[in-house]
Design a binder for this molecule. Structure first.
Ligand SMILES: [Zn+2]
Length: 124
C-alpha cells in the first residue's frame, strides 16, 4: 500500500465516522467517495499494465497471466463504478413533495405523507 492509498483509507475511516453520526443523508456522498477510490485503483492498474507493455516492447519476458488479472480487475471495478453511479441516479430520481418536502417514489401521483399532488421535479 503506498502513501496515497494510505491517505485515502484514512480519509475513508474519517468519512465512515461522519456517516455514522449523520445517518443516511450523506449516503450519496459516500457512494461518490467510493467511485473516486475505485477510479484511483483503476489508474494504478492501468499504470501496471503500461509497465508490462513497456517491458514487452523492450523484449523482456512478462507474465501474461498478470495482464489477464489486471484486465479482469479493471473490468470488475468499472462494473462496480457503474452500479454505484446507477444507485446514485436512482436515489436522485426520487421526487420531492413541494408541499411537505418528503422524498416520494417516482411512480406515485400524490404524496404518501401529506396527500398533495406531486410536481414533476427531482432533487438536485
Ligand atoms: Zn407531501
Amino acid at each position: 500500500m503506498d502513501m496515497f492509498e494510505n491517505l485515502l483509507d484514512k480519509a475513508k475511516d474519517a468519512f465512515d465516522v461522519a456517516l455514522k453520526a449523520t445517518g443516511e443523508a450523506v449516503d450519496t456522498g459516500k457512494q461518490k467517495f467510493n467511485v473516486v477510490s475505485l477510479e484511483t485503483k483503476i489508474s494504478k492498474d492501468y499504470k501496471a499494465l503500461g509497465e508490462l507493455c513497456y517491458k514487452k516492447h523492450k523484449g523482456e519476458d512478462i507474465d501474461f497471466e498478470k495482464i489477464n488479472e489486471l484486465v479482469a480487475d479493471i473490468d470488475a471495478k468499472i462494473n462496480e463504478i457503474n452500479e454505484i453511479k446507477q444507485a446514485i441516479k436512482n436515489a436522485k430520481a426520487k421526487r420531492i413533495c413541494a408541499a411537505c418536502g418528503a422524498a416520494i417514489e417516482e411512480d406515485t401521483i400524490f404524496c404518501s405523507y401529506c396527500g398533495a399532488k406531486l410536481e414533476f421535479t427531482t432533487e438536485e
